[in-house]
Design a protein around this ligand. Structure first.
Ligand code: NAG
Length: 209
């Protein structure tokens, strides 16, 4: 009997401990550390902190890539703080492209909602893995690897992409190379591209130098 009581009290106390750490809704006013944001006071947390409605609408695809990425990372959706997950919506108009990019902090799982998407990634051994996915089909992109998504149909395509981190990060290769002030001469040296190509891409992508 005593044993059972002891066990019962153990279970009670351990469950109250886990309750205290059920969630840690981000306090976005505070600085983000390596483990995420500090928690918003539990008494101030409401159901709204766990809901994000902005992905119900398609993103604006009137841009150079004819595509839109709408993130629900911790910065937009504080409820995912500390939970190891997040999500984004991809909208691809006809001809739309999500250019080569990497998420340094997360693997990615793409679920195609409608249309057809040609997606691929390149491994550290520089092997290419490409596949066309359609409605209801999924594809996974391992953490940190460069990958892309292209609309492979005549109509628009939509996908949701989930991530194994609330803050996956996003680095787009074209912008890293041509969208900043890295001097053109140096870009040419490290990419083996010629001056005209580099100047043209810097012009298109907003780079200087
Ligand atoms: C979409 O973006 C374009 C270019 O920035 C802008 O002109 C247009 O008004 C936007 N459309 C909507 C519906 O916001």
């Amino acid at each position: 009997m005593l044993h059972i009581l002891f066990l019962f009290s153990l279970i009670l106390s351990s469950s109250s401990i886990s309750n205290a750490a059920d969630f840690c809704v981000a306090d976005l006013m505070a600085a983000e550390g390596p483990a995420g944001f500090p928690c918003k006071a539990a008494a101030k947390v409401t159901a709204d902190d766990f809901v994000y409605t902005a992905l119900a609408k398609s993103g604006n695809t009137t841009n150079i890539i004819s595509a839109a990425v709408s993130p629900a990372f911790v910065a937009q959706f504080p409820g995912v703080n500390g939970l190891g997950i997040s999500i984004a919506r991809l909208d691809l108009a006809p001809g739309g492209v999500i250019p080569f990019h990497t998420h340094p902090g997360a693997s990615e799982l793409l679920l195609c909602l409608h249309g057809h998407i040609l997606a691929g990634f390149v491994s550290s051994a520089n092997k290419v893995y490409i596949k066309k996915v359609g409605k209801g089909e999924i594809m996974v992109f391992p953490q940190g690897l460069l990958h892309f998504q292209v609309n492979a149909g005549k109509n628009s395509a939509t996908a949701f992409v989930s991530f194994s981190s609330p803050d996956p990060g996003l680095q787009i290769l074209d912008y890293a190379l041509f969208g900043n002030d890295l001097p053109s001469k140096l870009v040419e040296t490290v990419t083996f591209l010629d001056d005209a190509q580099v100047k043209k891409l810097k012009g298109v992508l907003g780079g200087t130098g």
